[in-house]
Design a protein. Structure first.
Length: 362
């Protein structure tokens, strides 16, 4: 294992790149040496702001990838519709990839990314930093402990009462998908990761855009062309039912808590104003005694402060995998399934009927 710092490029220097840059700046294993952005001058301004004046700046991802022969990895922080092209090109140039969520817009794009990863022999890590949250990890531990028995039904989701973003998120040409991809992927990952990421079989989905297109609620309504709400009934392998909903805007404070129903117990995860997939409060475990009396166990929240920020843990784990040649901390096959459900919701909503889901072989 070399002591040389890993050489990193960042593709897309908009808002989300700031979180990546902060994590890289505080990590002793890596240095950012190259930046690319299609907006003239933005990469240069980013380099100046972050105190990396010697970083080489490029007008697009291909220019960076062609010129930079010594990079070890790239962070891809572009708008959703550019994820596939940038990630595939990076793998074709022999680089490891940290890709912002959602992985892509469609299942076909996600398949192309995963196949490029496999062919390259490099690793893909998709930006699901809530995986490193101690409370998210505790949910998975509770399920794997067997306390709930067989999980057979899950209701989950999240949302913001008033939280429609701006920028490239709200147009189909750049965002591709709205709330489903922005925060829906987090809510799906919270429960799917806990139960081992079973494959989806069918999806009956619904999407709407009542708030984003209404001038009463959103100033940029004229250019809004994605979903601001989505819901689905998903049948998973193993006889598990997933009842899901997500929103950027709604009248109630929350679409409801997440609850995992099991044959031996249940786990309630309080909802939160969903910005990053966090747990909204102490969780509760429910059990029945032989007499039918209900017992409750409070599961207090765990602190993540001793391990640094979630972003730092995500990027640190990615860099460790790159340096040590170990598997990705967030396996791409799991996020392919996540993307397949989002894709199924969209297809079902357009058709107005249930659709089958087939996970491609990678």
């Amino acid at each position: 294992m070399s002591d040389k710092k890993l050489q990193i490029g960042i593709i897309g220097t908009g808002n989300i790149a700031r979180a990546h840059m902060f994590a890289y700046k505080t990590n002793k294993e890596a240095e950012v040496v190259a930046l690319a952005d299609i907006v003239p001058g933005r990469a240069e301004a980013f380099a100046k702001k972050w105190g990396i004046p010697n970083a080489r700046c490029y007008p697009d991802h291909l220019s960076l990838l062609e010129a930079e022969k010594d990079l070890d990895a790239v962070s891809i922080c572009t708008y959703n519709c550019a994820h596939k092209d940038c990630a595939v090109a990076a793998f074709e140039h022999g680089l490891n990839v940290l890709l912002e969520k959602p992985m892509s817009v469609t299942l076909e794009e996600a398949e192309a990314i995963c196949k490029a990863e496999k062919k390259s022999g490099k690793i893909l890590c998709v930006g699901f930093q809530p995986r490193f949250d101690a409370n998210m990890q505790n949910i998975k531990r509770i399920v794997e402990s067997g306390q709930l028995g067989k999980v057979y039904y899950i209701q989950t989701g999240g949302g913001r009462r008033r939280g429609i973003p701006g920028s490239t998120f709200i147009e189909k040409e750049t965002g591709g998908i709205g709330a489903l991809g922005d925060i829906g992927c987090y809510s799906l990952d919270m429960v799917l990761n806990a139960i081992g990421y079973p494959k989806p079989l069918t999806v009956s989905g619904y999407t709407s855009d009542f708030f984003g297109k209404n001038p009463k609620y959103y100033d940029e309504h004229a250019r809004f062309s994605v979903d601001d709400f989505g819901a689905a009934f998903v049948r998973l392998e193993g006889g598990i039912i997933l009842d899901f909903r997500i929103s950027w805007a709604m009248h109630p404070d929350s679409p409801g808590d997440t609850i995992l129903f099991g044959t031996e117990g249940a786990l309630r995860i309080p909802a939160t104003d969903c910005w990053n997939g966090s747990v909204g409060g102490p969780m509760k475990l429910y059990f029945d005694t032989k007499s039918g009396r209900k017992t409750k166990k409070r599961v207090p929240l765990r602190s993540n402060l001793k391990n640094g920020t979630l972003w730092g843990q995500k990027i640190g784990s990615f860099l460790d995998a790159v340096k040590n040649g170990t598997p990705s901390p967030i396996p791409s096959w799991q996020i392919l399934i996540n993307q397949a459900i989002i894709d199924g919701i969209n297809r079902s909503a357009v058709l107005g009927q249930e659709v089958a889901v087939e996970i491609p072989e990678i």
